[in-house]
Design a protein around this ligand. Sequence first.
Ligand SMILES: Nc1ncnc2c1ncn2[C@@H]1O[C@H](COP(=O)(O)OP(=O)(O)OP(=O)(O)O)[C@@H](O)[C@H]1O
Ligand SMILES: [Mg+2]
Length: 252
Amino acid sequence: MENIIEVKNVSFSYGQNQVLNDVSLTIKKGEFIGVIGPNGSGKSTLMNLIIGKLKASRGQIYIFGESIDKLKQKHLIGYVPQRSFSFNLSFPATVFEVVMMGLYASIGLFKKPGAIHREKVHDALKIVDMYEHKDTLIGNLSGGQMQRVFIARSIVSDPQILILDEPTVGIDARSEKNLFDLLEKLNKAGITIIMVTHDIMAITEKVSRIICLSGGKVNEHCTAIDLLEAGASDLYGYPVKLEKHEHGGEKL
Ligand SMILES: Nc1ncnc2c1ncn2[C@@H]1O[C@H](COP(=O)(O)OP(=O)(O)OP(=O)(O)O)[C@@H](O)[C@H]1O
Ligand SMILES: [Mg+2]
């Protein structure tokens, strides 16, 4: 299978705070990857490096065999940022307009969208079951509805790679199931998916491979502790850090 994403010896720091330390990983076309790890372990940072929004202090990232700095077809990567629904609530745009933004990279910012583009937006909204809300202002939606609109925006440009950063936070069980069904369908249609998640259902049932981040490193062989932490955080709705206690053989 073809390597669609290659992260080679990447390090990244915010000022003095080194978040990723010599991280390497390879993702093949058609994989459905789950990324887990404690809060602050650098999951979102790694996603931002892969989409080219942040630049590695060291190392290289290749998408479709091309260095991310040189990749022209950025619209081939769809991205749903973490807590995408929590910012810019006062932004005076309709659902339709927000999803159309996902096509700007392919239309060109100053050209007018045509009938084909409008149809694509309608199709994406139907997929996430938000078509009836197309003329609603984005700020008037619930968190879960907004999340679905951001997912529509990420798939409207027919991406080959879809990156979702904790997409199920704040959405109800039915929407969550719909989202996973949709991702499964997109993945079967050949789209490579990377999803950062604490959602234990997704981790155990949906993804084809799990990558764990901790201590600035990627671990492709996640421990039971990694999985338990992700599952417990999902269950309790807040981050859980488990500690390993070494018992010195004391008698009870
Ligand atoms: N814009 C920023 N400027 C400075 N430091 C940052 C910035 N964004 C993140 N950090 C720091 O980098 C580290 C990794 O953050 P990141 O958001 O990548 O973690 P995460 O694994 O996605 O966490 P979470 O599970 O909470 O989403 C944290 O210590 C965080 O405080
Ligand atoms: Mg994050």
